[in-house]
Design a protein around this ligand. Structure first.
Ligand SMILES: *Cc1c(COP(=O)(O)O)cnc(C)c1O
Length: 426
């Protein structure tokens, strides 16, 4: 991080003024870290004190090409001068082109555009309800420790009690079974079941990838029982694992390219920081949500579609997916060697591509002393050292960097991580 200039006191009071506005006027749904971010460039962020950080959080897997990418900024500005908004009562060229682009990366089908991950999942849930409606089937089975968003359907679908607390009654028709457990899933199917919804790699649950046997087994189960297989790709999708969708990465060594879910939700990295989500629906179900069944004012807005199309163009042109796979594996290898060097500090390293979780040991005295969960105490220490990461659960620290992170930046982050680990050796 760079030296702080003479305006330190002024800057400190600026940070205080900003946090004070939040305390007075912003609903406190987030436990925020004491960082006031002012600007970003690539994988760097600067706070209001002028301190520089290396960003391995990526806005929680959002800034797919880093901050303030010049080509994206140009695209947004040019589109802003042409057309910002157009109702979905009409056609715009980029929405059609973007849908075509998404379909070309998955399989034949159609795309519904929305504005967030929760909404992308809402569309999957409504699709499943509509598909089962005539037969009175409506139940959706999801996994323990999953995360599917904060709307009422999203928290009902999420397999974590803490997101449901205080909001009952829940939307009925959801049950949860342990992840990567085919038998548990098969045992939970009832005559009322219509769909299974899983993340290919659980994100909020601590970076847990599905196994290839699990994915193939779920497809078989769904085919046997007439269920839709729905995948939440909000965090693990959009090239994060080195392929467009995580199942393509998980199954790449299997020689079986026929696996396909019936629906996929996307958001986070899709707009690179411009808010947007989408729901891909397979050919079989692509026309089920007909006129009047679903909608959203801002879905597929000209600004969002122009930006997302540009992101696809850059990713394809610069082979950013291969970079995510390569640099991601380099990060994983680096963390694994830190684990063997400091087994008393690191319990496990899990991940694929640019979606990596480092689970810390439970009883590190210097983290315990902080009185906070180890994940949060570690993230705070990393902030002090100039690296931004994301906590996950009580003990896991996540790396979700930009997909175009360089090898040099990866090494710099690993060295900050190691130096911070060293301060924990007591
Ligand atoms: C972030 C996330 C969501 C919710 O997305 P929002 O844009 O915050 O509504 C849903 N599912 C998964 C897997 C996520 O990581």
């Amino acid at each position: 991080m760079s030296a702080v200039d003479t305006s330190t006191t002024e800057a400190a009071s600026k940070a205080e003024a900003i946090t004070s506005l939040y305390e007075q006027f912003v609903v406190p749904t987030y436990g925020r870290f004491p960082l006031c971010i002012e600007r970003g460039e690539g994988s760097r962020l600067w706070d209001v004190d002028g301190r520089r950080y290396l960003d391995f959080g990526g806005g929680i897997a959002v800034t797919s090409l880093g901050h303030s990418h010049p080509e994206l900024a140009d695209t947004l500005a040019t589109q802003a001068q042409k057309l910002w908004h157009c109702s979905n009562l009409y056609y715009t060229e980029d929405q059609g082109k973007l849908a075509e682009k998404i379909v070309s990366h998955v399989a034949p089908g159609k795309v519904f555009f929305n504005n967030s991950g929760a909404e992308a999942n809402e569309a999957l849930i409504k699709l499943a309800r509509k598909a089962g409606n005539a037969e009175g089937r409506f139940e959706i089975i999801t996994a323990t420790n999953s995360f599917h968003g904060r709307t009422m359907a999203g928290i009902a679908a999420t397999g974590q009690d803490k997101v449901k607390e205080g909001f009952s009654p829940m939307l009925p028709g959801f049950s949860h079974v342990p992840f990567n457990d085919l038998e548990a899933m098969a045992g939970a199917v009832t005559p009322a079941t219509i769909a299974i919804l899983i993340e290919g790699v659980q994100g909020e649950g601590g970076i847990n990838p599905a196994t290839s046997e699990y994915l193939l087994g779920l497809r078989k189960l769904c085919d046997e029982k007439g269920l839709l297989l729905l995948m939440d790709g909000v965090q693990c999708g959009f090239f994060r694992t080195g392929n467009f969708q995580s199942f393509q990465s998980i199954l790449s060594g299997q020689g079986d390219q026929s696996f396909l879910p019936d629906g996929i939700s996307m958001a986070k990295s899709l707009g690179g920081g411009f808010p947007m989500g989408c729901t891909w629906i397979s050919e079989k179900y692509q026309d089920l949500l007909g006129p009047g069944t679903h909608g959203t004012t801002f879905g597929g807005t000209p600004l969002a579609c122009a930006v997302a199309l540009k992101i696809f163009e850059i990713i394809e042109r610069d082979d950013v997916a291969a970079n995510a796979a390569k640099v991601g594996q380099h990060l994983i290898d680096g963390l694994l060697s830190l684990q063997s060097k400091y087994p008393q500090l690191i319990k496990t390293v899990r991940g694929m591509g640019m979606m990596i979780g480092t689970q810390l040991q439970a009883d590190i005295p210097l983290l315990k002393d902080s009185g906070r969960p180890a994940s949060i105490a570690m993230v705070l220490k990393l902030h002090e050292a100039g690296l931004i990461t994301i906590p996950s659960g009580p003990a896991t620290v996540r790396f979700l960097p930009a997909l175009n992170l360089t090898m040099g930046e990866a090494d710099e982050g690993l060295s900050i991580f190691e130096n911070t680990l060293k301060t924990l050796l007591s």
